[in-house]
Design a protein around this ligand. Structure first.
Ligand SMILES: NC(=O)c1ccc[n+]([C@@H]2O[C@H](COP(=O)([O-])OP(=O)(O)OC[C@H]3O[C@@H](n4cnc5c(N)ncnc54)[C@H](OP(=O)(O)O)[C@@H]3O)[C@@H](O)[C@H]2O)c1
Length: 215
């Protein structure tokens, strides 16, 4: 059965999915680039995102590889899509990922600011959804057919799907860093009360991998 999943979401020990002051020069906010230190060296990141050979194998790569399996659509927040805030001044911004983003399926971007669909190379089409999380999920499930839908982030988007009880499974990579401030993943969320528990846990030198599932 099709699942709604979060995978490879990096979080600091103090629970932030990005630092403060996101910008063109600091996509993950202040100090946030350290969050992905477990992910960037992996063979999967190098192949899927950088289009390079090489990279590490092992536990971090196994989780990275799982994150790309059986996906039929993605959902992300507008802040993950890019640094533009407020009404779109134009449609020049096309995401962080270049002409051929590493999605290759429809991607539904939550925003309050309408914009026409954006077709990229390699099968990625960004659709901008202004009707909220349930509309985005309906559209993503229809596009994904029997495959899973992945929520890429950021924290503000994941929190809404958690609170609505819609998320089936969440792989978090807890990076051994403290950010102090930024986008909190768990603020205002009582995961046990929502029916979630930790199903899997394994640590490497770079991260503690946790798989949290809804009963
Ligand atoms: N740690 C990780 O693994 C990871 C993964 C992905 C991204 N990130 C980082 O996380 C940061 C972004 O996360 P974030 O928590 O700041 O924001 P986000 O979840 O990416 O986006 C939030 C924005 O999306 C729009 N939005 C969200 N829900 C909506 C709704 N229900 N209806 C309409 N619009 C809605 C709103 O934008 P508007 O009102 O402006 O339209 C809102 O301000 C970036 O720095 C990114 O690089 C980290």
């Amino acid at each position: 059965m099709s699942k709604l999943r979060v995978n490879a979401f990096s979080v600091s020990v103090d629970g932030f999915g990005a630092g403060t002051d996101q910008s063109l020069n600091q996509p993950l906010g202040r100090g946030g680039e350290q969050l992905h230190q477990w992910f960037i060296p992996t063979h999967t990141f190098q192949r899927e995102v950088q289009r390079r050979d090489g990279g590490t194998t092992g536990i971090d790569n196994d989780f990275a590889a799982r994150s790309f399996e059986n996906l039929g659509a993605w959902i992300m927040g507008r802040n993950m899509f890019g640094p533009v805030r407020g009404p779109w001044p134009d449609y020049e911004w096309k995401g962080w990922w270049g002409a051929n983003p590493p999605y290759h399926v429809p991607v539904f971007v939550l925003t309050h600011h309408p914009r026409p669909p954006l077709e990229m190379e390699g099968g990625t089409v960004f659709h901008f959804v202004t009707e909220g999380i349930e509309a985005a999920l309906d559209q993503a499930r229809a596009a994904a057919q029997s495959k899973d839908v992945r929520i890429g982030g950021g924290a503000a988007t994941i929190r809404q799907y958690l609170q609505a009880g819609l998320l089936d499974e969440m792989h978090l990579a807890m990076s051994p860093i403290l950010l102090g401030n930024g986008e909190p993943l768990f603020e205002g969320i009582d995961l046990p009360a929502l029916g979630y528990s930790v199903k899997e846990q394994v640590s490497t030198g770079a991260a503690m991998h946790l798989v949290v599932v809804r009963r």
